[in-house]
Write a protein that binds this ligand. Structure first.
Ligand SMILES: [Zn+2]
Ligand SMILES: [Zn+2]
Length: 453
């Protein structure tokens, strides 16, 4: 019965001890706020196995990739899963999405099309570009609402503020979620070594004193860390600036063609690289999808695209984008840098005689957990291509995870999005909780207490 419990509950599902698929619920008597909606372990899906789009949500829930939850799937899917569908649920269900990485948004095309999904206005701009270039999983989710940074919106008795963070994708943000019982900040993914450390610092200031802090802990995943004893590193290591300076040097000094394999949603890096190339007398030639992302955010940039594979392109190419052919690259290799997705790597068979360097800069395949990673290296060796790795991740190094918590000083700390969340700690958090799948907590006067299921 409506209003009887009159409490705020936090529920924890996917993504607690893994990197990706974070699914947390903040629920009152009338509304349910959920974040995020990506994939935890989608690599168990084999793209050699056929899967009808309308059945994907059902399959993904059964495989544990998506969370079974009332009020978010369409009638057919929900009923097969024994859940209430979106249209049947009397609660106001909505999502908030921190950023456009697949591990945070890959499931959007599997929601009931009517579910409201809030994100930053920049994320929405990128999401629409992702959809228009055919890159959205399953289908584009239509009912998305863009909210500007620092603005709030309210659904029933839950108010959410969108607070920008710096990450390696444009549009990234975290949130402050408030009900009458307290405040919860969710960091999303963040870093201090991007072009905008100030933005992440500002997130900490804005969230200072939150009752509950839910933070990512990716970089605490891989080795033993005594987080409390970490000291501030002397420098930021491979920051975005360091990567850019490395590229500037190569662009100025390599004699032949340079090919880069980058992550195409890190739009600012490519925007800046267009200008670095220009100042060094080269042209950065983009694949159409990358060009579309740059154009969405930097419409003033002069765009050059590679004229191979244009038949794959599913959107209209503006007339003022300059087309650069394979012949152009071969006759004047020192005048170009080619941005290339791994998908098109066989193109290098034609370009290898003029290619002086291939730089792997955060593009896919990213690491040896991906079976394609070895194939990329085998290919490079087979063709005797000179290749280097120069990238920088999107996640705060361990010291800076603690730095963020130290500065927010939450009442309760909840680390997740990490293989080893127990390694994430700070002396400036009141207490710490490491929830298990399906755990529920009541939030009352800013404090969390476990609800026995
Ligand atoms: Zn993530
Ligand atoms: Zn991310």
């Amino acid at each position: 019965m409506k209003g009887v419990l009159n409490m705020t509950k936090l529920g924890f599902y996917n993504g607690l001890r893994e990197i990706g698929g974070t699914f947390v619920v903040v629920e009152t008597d009338t509304a349910r706020c959920m974040f995020d909606f990506g994939f935890a372990n989608a690599d168990i899906i084999d793209n050699k196995v056929s899967c009808a789009p309308c059945d994907m949500a059902y399959y993904y829930v059964n495989l544990g990739i998506l969370t079974p939850m009332d009020g978010i799937y369409d009638d057919t899917t929900a009923h097969k899963l024994g859940l209430k569908s979106y249209s049947e649920d009397t609660k106001k269900n909505f999502f908030i999405i921190s950023h456009m990485h697949i591990d945070h948004m890959g499931g959007l095309g599997m929601l009931d099309p009517e579910v409201p999904v809030y994100m930053s206005s920049d994320s929405l701009k990128l999401y629409r570009a992702i959809a228009s270039t055919g890159e959205a999983e399953v289908r584009e989710h239509k009912n998305c609402i863009g909210i500007d940074y620092d603005k709030t919106f309210t659904v029933e008795d839950i108010t959410v503020k969108v607070v920008q963070v710096d990450h390696d994708v444009v549009g990234a943000c975290g949130f402050i979620i408030e009900t009458k019982d307290g405040s919860i900040c969710y960091t999303g993914d963040y870093r201090f070594h991007g072009f905008h450390r100030d933005i992440t610092e500002n997130f900490a200031k804005t969230c200072h004193g939150a009752n509950v802090m839910i933070t990512e802990g990716v970089t605490a995943s891989f080795e033993d860390i005594d987080m409390l004893s970490l000291e501030e590193p002397a420098d930021m290591g491979n920051s975005e600036e360091v990567v850019e300076e490395y590229m500037r040097d190569k662009i100025a000094n390599e004699e032949g063609l340079i090919v880069i394999n980058n992550y195409n949603r890190n739009v600012e890096r490519i925007h800046r690289l267009i200008n670095v190339c220009k100042s060094e007398g080269r042209t950065l030639v983009l694949e159409p999808i990358q060009a579309e992302y740059v154009h969405a955010f930097y419409p003033e940039d002069e765009i050059s695209i590679y004229a191979q594979n244009l038949d794959e392109c599913c959107f209209d190419i503006p007339d003022d984008w300059k087309k650069v052919s394979r012949k152009d690259l071969i006759s004047n290799p020192s005048k170009y840098v080619l941005q290339q997705d791994y998908k098109h790597i066989y193109e290098l068979i034609d370009l290898k005689d003029v290619l002086s360097l291939y730089v792997h800069m955060d593009g896919a395949p990213l690491g040896d957990y991906d079976p394609s990673y070895k194939k990329l290296h085998d290919f490079m060796d087979k063709l005797e291509i000179n290749y280097e790795h120069k990238g920088t991740g999107g996640h705060s190094r361990p010291y800076y995870l603690r730095y963020m918590i130290d500065h927010i000083e939450p009442g309760t700390l909840i680390p997740l999005h990490s293989f080893r969340p127990e390694q994430v700690m700070s002396e400036h958090a009141g207490c710490r909780i490491l929830p298990e799948y399906g755990d529920f907590y009541e939030l009352k006067n800013g404090k969390l207490s476990k609800i026995n299921n």
